[in-house]
Design a protein around this ligand. Structure first.
Ligand SMILES: [Zn+2]
Length: 282
């Protein structure tokens, strides 16, 4: 979220959950769930918008058969520090040809609130936006969606991004959070209303992280997919590096078998797969 501390929850809920014991949290969760069972305004639009952050191009490229198996279309948010190599450009073009979107995730992947505080809007744009966008433009890519590096931003940062042509900005949300190994909160994704796009033209959105350390379970994600189906919304998810074993040595990413659970269930429920920029187009 916009705040750099505890950025994964909206401020009001963060303040509440921080002081609640796990049992009380369950009561709150139940109440929220009851209150958010809503009728669908867009029953035929129910879908899922999955995105991937950073620069794991080779690793994502290896997932192409999996995406094709489930007719999945996703968004890759690329950090672009250096000029793209011919091989990278070829992979990005292949992604586009498969129906995926190429979004942008910054040049230096820094804390935007600090960059803009130090250098103002112009300094922020010249450091984080323009070099990478130029590299991408030279390679033929013109991103219209942006994922905030580290989920760090504020209204001023957002206004610079919108002024530079981005149509949708994606932040991060987590269903579990701990500090030095101590759980701070756990929340069922089905009650996290802010990770479901309601096709209300909202241009600043939150996606739930699916990386292994998120602790998400198959039941939780299936419940979330069911909620998107029943409410005619689009569930927004994101991850980093595809992993084939538990993360080691600082790896951060999602289990590929878990991704397949998501794709399979979304397919079974006939959810539409959305690129991030498509969400604001409907
Ligand atoms: Zn990132």
């Amino acid at each position: 979220m916009k705040n750099t501390k505890g950025r994964f929850l909206p401020v009001g809920i963060r303040a509440s959950i921080g002081v609640l014991a796990a049992g009380l949290c369950c009561v709150l969760s139940s109440w929220l769930f009851i209150s958010c069972v809503e009728s669908s305004e867009h029953p035929g639009d129910a879908g899922i918008a999955i995105s991937f952050d950073d620069h794991f191009l080779d690793e994502w490229y290896a997932l192409r058969p999996l995406f094709k198996k489930y007719n999945a279309r996703v968004t890759f948010f690329i950090t672009c520090k250096d000029t793209l190599t011919a091989g990278e450009i070829a992979m990005l073009r292949a992604f586009q040809n498969d129906g995926h979107e190429i979004g942008f995730h910054g040049t230096v992947h820094a804390k935007s609130t600090e960059l803009i505080q130090a250098g103002g809007p112009a300094g922020y744009a010249e450091t984080e936006l323009f070099p990478g966008l130029k590299n991408m433009s030279l390679a033929g890519f013109h991103p219209t969606s942006y994922a905030h590096p580290g989920g760090n931003h504020n209204d001023q940062v957002d206004s610079v991004l919108f002024a530079n042509g981005f149509r949708i900005l994606r932040d991060v949300a987590a269903s579990r959070r701990s500090l030095r190994g101590i759980p701070i909160y756990t929340m069922a994704p089905r009650i996290m209303n802010w990770i479901y796009y309601k096709f209300d033209k909202k241009r600043s959105v939150d996606a739930l992280v699916i990386d292994s350390d998120s602790g998400l379970t198959e039941d939780e994600i299936k419940d979330a997919i069911q909620k998107a189906k029943s409410t005619g919304t689009a569930l927004m998810l994101f991850g980093h590096e595809p992993l084939y074993a538990p993360p080691v040595n600082g790896e951060y990413g999602f289990d590929v078998t878990f991704l397949e659970v998501i794709l399979k269930e979304a397919n079974r429920q006939n959810l539409r797969f959305y690129q991030m920029s498509e969400l604001v187009s409907l």
